[in-house]
Structure formats: C-alpha cells, structure tokens
Design a protein around this ligand. Structure first.
Ligand SMILES: Cc1cc2nc3c(=O)[nH]c(=O)nc-3n(C[C@H](O)[C@H](O)[C@H](O)COP(=O)(O)OP(=O)(O)OC[C@H]3O[C@@H](n4cnc5c(N)ncnc54)[C@H](O)[C@@H]3O)c2cc1C
Length: 435
C-alpha cells in the first residue's frame, strides 16, 4: 500500500509508488535495476530536512536509514568509510570514539551524510568548505543499478562532480570522509549592534574559526557566536544552563514570540527587541560537535543564499531595508555565516569564498513576498541558493552561476542517461538529462 511522505518542515509532501528501506548497497543496486526494468523513477531520502522538494517523488522512495555500517575508521589518517545513510549525530559519536571529528558542521546534526552533502550543507568558517568537501571516496549506484566506486585515484572526475549531486546522479551508498583529530571549541556568545557587525564583518570573519550572527528583524542588536579552537580545560554547561539557553530561550521562548507576533502584528518591533534581549551572553568550552549543533524544536521555512563574501555588508544592509519596508512583521532571525571556496561543480561554494544570508518564517507563515524580495537582492550578487532551501530559481537562471555546469551535466548524462533519478525539483533546477 502506498503511503505519503512529508518533509521535516511539512511544506513538501509526495505519494511515492513505494517506500523501501534497503539494508545494504547490494539491495539498493537491485532496487534501482528493477526500477530501470519497469521504467520507474527512484529517489533517495535522508532525514527529510530539505525545505525544497529535492527528495520528493511519485516513483520509488528509498530511505537509506539502515545503510549506515562503519566499514573502517583510521585514527591515524583521519578517514572513515561508512554507509551514506548514517545521520550526522551518529557519525559525530562514532568519530569521537576514535578521537576524530568533522572539521565543521551546520546548526543541526539530524541530517544523513548523503543528504547533507548532496545539497552542499555548510557551517560557518572563513577557511572551511561545506560538508561535501570532506568526501574523498564514494560509492554511487547509477541509473542502471550498477555500483560504482570513485575516489582520488579511481574515477576522480566522478568523485569531484558527485560530491554535490543534488540527488540527481545516483544513489550514494558508501562514503569515505576525511576527518581530523577531535578538537574542542570555546563558544563565546554576545549581543552586539548590527551596524557594528556590518562594519567589522571582514575582521570578525578573519579573527575567528567560526563566526556567525543572528539578527531579529526589527531589532538593533544581534546574537553573535564566535567559536574558536582551544586546548583550555573543558567548561561544559550544566544540564540546567543548557536547558535555559538552548531549550527555553532558543526554542520555547522563540516559539512564543512567533505565536504572539502572529496574533499582534503591530507589536512586531517591540517583540523583536524583547526576543533579542532575552538572549544572554554565554561562554563555554566543549567538544566541537556539541558546540556546533543545537536542537531545533520550532518548525520553520527557510531560504539561504551564498554570495561573494565581500558583498556581504552591502547585501545585508539591503535586506534590513527591505524588511523595514515590507509591511509584514517577521518573527524569525536572519542568519549570517561564511564558508570557503571549493572546486565541486555544483557546490554553492564553487570558486568563491562565500557569505551566507538565511531568512526564515515560521511554519505555515507566508514567505513569498519576503523571500522573493531577498532573492531579488541576492540576484544582484550572482547569489547561489542553497539546494535544500526554498528559492524561486530554475536551470535557466542558475546555469550561468556555475562555471562548470556543463561538466556536471556531462557526468549526469553518463551516470543517469534515462533520468531515473529525476523529479520535479531536478527538472526545474537542473533541467532534463542531456542526450
Ligand atoms: C532545522 C534545519 C536546520 C538546518 N541547518 C542547516 C545548516 O546549518 N546548514 C546548511 O547548509 N543547511 C542546513 N539545513 C538544510 C539541510 O542541511 C539540507 O537540506 C540537507 O540536504 C538535509 O539533509 P537530509 O539528510 O535531510 O536530506 P534530504 O532532505 O532527505 O535530501 C536532500 C537531497 O539529498 C538527496 N539524497 C539523500 N540521500 C541520498 C543518497 N543516499 N544518495 C543520493 N542522494 C541522496 C535527496 O534525494 C535530496 O535530493 C537545515 C535544515 C533544517 C530543517
């Protein structure tokens, strides 16, 4: 019997012909081969944490939740080979057990490895690429159901291209990741004015391993996070303090702000200020992965754009002006981050050091006017939308923003000539498979 599938945010839903949960790469290959015989489309889903319809299908939906075996882990080289369906939360613990860590992570760690890397999920750090840049080997099941391994020596071009495949090249079953020795971070959180942050952005980004800030529309001040590597003794938060900061303030109180704001829109600026002032300065030292990721209880919709880093202060000021004139109160923060350039053709960081501007509204809220307004600004900077977050671009507007677009399409045509892994999202953002 067919069942519906819904993403985390609840804004994407599909009715696949079948939902299957294979346990091994061999089973994945057999399912794809069978689908090819029957002319069915196939799509893999990770944790369903994309806001776009990237993982939706009316064909066969494959959850790789069971494909998560640790094949090898080498503390000396920092390399781990693991089933690609493993969630980042689990990966972090496995790595920690071997004295290793991911060099960087995003705000959450619920995603699967394959899902996070397929959309070029990133954290923040001037010299750190997105998560896909840690891939040094992978196995991909192609459109005919063949298992293909690629790494730095075996089919290196496949590896380079398929590291960010937007789910369109095949089903990734195993990955080798280049990790690093486990490290601790000193997290320093403060409240600072947006004007000052725009002025000192370049210096802050250069002076900190991981710099980011959150600005609540309507407020003058921002919550700023500076995370830096340290050898100092650990000073983790007590359970009580963690609950107050991460659960009460960032989730429960923020949820209330959204509810009250929706009911009394005229109070928006005051609520924005209050929400800003409820966040308190904070300092702690803990394992890196515990500092990077936070729980996210409130559901929301998000769009995020990567732009050339030097354009950030101007672009962010324009977003502030847009919000002031938009006439609709917004109760979710705008987030600012950075990432380093890489050479993966469809990576949002391809060839340029990026700054990131992410805008959010609460689940069920209307976002079109706001997000389209921000997207228009980002277009002026050749902005690249996060593949897993909402946007209004299509392949005709995106192709010129990726200098190696054709290299991607050539590998796609080789791995998936029949468009087995296409769906409405890839049709829109990548176009048809080239013959
Ligand atoms: C609360 C929240 C916080 C977030 N924070 C961040 C953040 O800090 N930084 C950031 O950059 N992004 C962030 N995101 C976005 C998120 O990281 C991406 O959308 C990511 O792709 C989700 O991973 P997933 O495992 O849920 O993949 P899914 O959403 O399930 O799938 C994403 C894509 O990957 C493909 N895919 C999945 N598995 C495979 C596979 N085995 N083989 C081939 N293709 C596959 C799917 O078909 C789809 O195209 C956040 C999202 C949410 C909801």
């Amino acid at each position: 019997m067919s069942r519906t599938y819904r993403n985390w945010a609840g804004n994407q839903v599909c009715l696949p012909a079948e939902i299957l949960t294979p346990s091994t790469p061999d089973e994945v290959a057999a399912i794809v081969a069978r689908a090819a015989e029957h002319g069915q489309r196939v799509k893999a889903v990770g944790a369903g944490h994309s806001f776009t319809s990237a993982a939706m299908t009316d064909g066969v939906l494959l959850s790789l939740d069971k494909v998560k075996a640790v094949e090898s882990i080498d503390s000396a080289t920092g390399r781990i080979t693991v089933g690609a369906g493993m969630r980042l939360t689990e990966l972090n613990k496995v790595l920690d057990g071997a004295g290793l860590a991911m060099p960087n992570l995003g705000d959450i760690a619920y995603q699967s490895i394959a899902g996070a890397t397929a959309t070029a999920t990133h954290g923040t750090g001037a010299d750190l690429g997105n998560l896909a840049t840690t891939i040094v080997g992978m196995e991909i099941v192609d459109g005919r159901g063949q298992r293909i391994w690629c790494d730095e020596t075996e089919r290196p071009e496949f590896l380079r291209v398929a590291s960010v495949g937007v789910g369109a090249l095949g089903i990734i079953t195993r990955v080798t990741l280049q990790c690093m020795p486990a490290f601790d971070l000193r997290a320093t959180e403060s409240i600072e004015s947006l004007d000052d942050l725009l002025e000192s952005f370049g210096d802050d980004v250069a002076a900190n391993d991981h710099f980011e800030f959150f600005w609540m529309p309507g407020a003058r001040r921002c919550q700023v996070k500076r995370n830096n590597r340290t050898a100092d003794p650990r000073e983790p938060e007590s359970r009580m303090t963690y609950f107050r900061n991460k659960i009460l303030t960032e989730n429960i109180a923020a949820g209330l702000v959204v509810k009250v704001g929706a009911r009394f829109p005229s109070a928006a600026p005051r609520i924005g200020e209050l929400a800003g002032s409820s966040v308190k300065p904070r300092e702690l030292v803990d394992k890196s992965y515990k500092i990077f990721a936070s729980p996210r209880w409130i559901r929301f919709y998000e769009m995020e754009y990567g732009i050339p880093r030097e354009a950030f202060p101007e672009a962010m000021s324009r977003v502030r002006d847009l919000v002031a004139g938009i006439g609709e109160p917004i109760f979710f923060p705008v987030e600012a981050r950075v990432s380093a350039a890489d050479d993966i053709p469809l990576s949002t960081g391809y060839g340029r050091d990026s700054a990131w501007i992410a805008v959010h509204v609460h689940k069920g809220g209307s976002y079109e006017t706001y997000f389209q307004g921000v997207e228009k600004i980002m277009n002026d900077y050749e902005g690249r939308p996060h593949w897993g977050k909402l946007h209004f671009q299509d392949h005709t507007t995106l192709a010129s923003r990726y200098p190696e677009w054709d290299a991607f399409q050539a590998v796609r045509a080789e791995l998936d000539p029949a468009g087995r892994f296409a769906n409405a999202y890839t049709d829109r953002v990548l176009g048809p498979v080239r013959s």
